[in-house]
Design a protein around this ligand. Structure first.
Ligand code: AMP
Length: 220
C-alpha cells in the first residue's frame, strides 16, 4: 500500500501523471481541484463558496478542503494506495494530513515534486483543455484529443477551465510559490521528497516518477 503526494505548480502535469499512475497501480486518485469543480458544476453550497476563490486563483479555505478529503477517504476503499493531487497546498493542510496518517497508524511514502519553469507553464495552461465529465486532460499544442473537441475516453465536449486565463494563471503561480512550494522543505525533513523535472513528454516524465517510486526514499 502506497500513499503518495504530487506537488508542483499548476501546469506541471500533476493531473496527467496522477491519472496514469493511479490507473496503473490501482490507487485512489484524490484531486481536490476535480472535487471542487464537480461541486461548482452541481451548484452545491460548498461549490458556490469555493467558486469565488477558484475564479480568483486563490486557495479555497482549509476547512472546506479538509472536509472534502475526509469525506472522500471515509467513503472510498483504499486498497492498493492513494495519490493526492493538488493537496496539500499549504503547511496547515500538510500538518492535517500528517495527523490523519498518524491516526491510521502509517506515514506518507513519498512526495513527488514535479518542476517546470514559469513561462512554459503559462504556455501549457493557456492551451490546456479538460473533459468536464471524466477530467481527462489534453493540450491543443502538445496532446490534442484524437476526437477533436470531444474527449477520447467518454465523448464529452472538452472545455477550457475558467481559471486558465493568463491573469488568473499568474496569480495561481504566485500562490504556489508563496504557500505550496515551502512544503518541499516539510517533506524533505521527513526524508520522502523526490524532485523530478516535468519538462519532457508525459511518457518520459511518467518513467521518471516510476523510477523515483521504485527507489528507497531519499534520506530515509
Ligand atoms: P487545481 O485543479 O489543483 O489546479 O485547483 C484549482 C483551484 O481549486 C485552485 O486554484 C484553488 O482555488 C482550488 N484548490 C484545489 N485544491 C486546493 C487545496 N488543496 N487547497 C485550497 N484550494 C484548492
Amino acid at each position: 500500500m502506497m500513499w503518495v503526494i504530487l506537488l508542483g505548480p499548476p501546469g506541471a502535469g500533476k493531473g496527467t501523471q496522477a491519472q496514469a499512475l493511479s490507473s496503473r497501480h490501482g490507487w485512489l486518485h484524490l484531486a481536490t481541484g476535480d472535487l471542487l469543480r464537480e461541486a461548482v458544476t452541481q451548484e452545491t453550497s460548498l461549490g458556490k463558496e469555493a467558486a469565488v476563490y477558484m475564479k480568483q486563483g486563490t486557495l479555497v479555505p482549509d476547512r472546506i478542503i479538509i472536509g472534502l478529503i475526509q469525506e472522500r477517504l471515509s467513503s472510498s476503499a483504499v486498497i492498493a494506495g492513494c495519490l493526492f493531487d493538488g493537496f496539500p497546498r499549504n503547511l496547515s493542510q500538510a500538518r492535517e494530513l500528517d495527523r490523519v496518517m498518524q491516526q491510521q497508524g502509517r506515514g506518507l511514502d513519498r512526495a513527488i515534486s514535479l518542476e517546470v519553469n514559469g513561462e512554459a507553464l503559462v504556455r501549457r495552461l493557456t492551451s490546456r483543455r479538460v473533459c468536464g465529465r471524466c477530467h481527462r486532460v489534453y493540450n491543443l499544442l502538445t496532446n490534442p484529443s484524437k476526437a477533436g473537441d470531444r474527449c477520447e475516453s467518454c465523448g464529452e465536449d472538452l472545455q477550457q477551465r475558467a481559471d486558465d486565463d493568463e491573469e488568473t494563471i499568474r496569480r495561481r503561480l504566485a500562490v504556489y510559490r508563496e504557500d505550496t512550494e515551502p512544503l518541499k522543505d516539510h517533506y524533505k525533513h521527513q526524508g520522502i521528497l523526490s524532485v523530478i523535472s516535468g519538462d519532457a513528454s508525459p511518457e518520459e516524465v511518467g518513467e521518471r516518477i516510476e523510477d523515483a517510486l521504485g527507489r528507497p526514499s531519499p534520506g530515509r
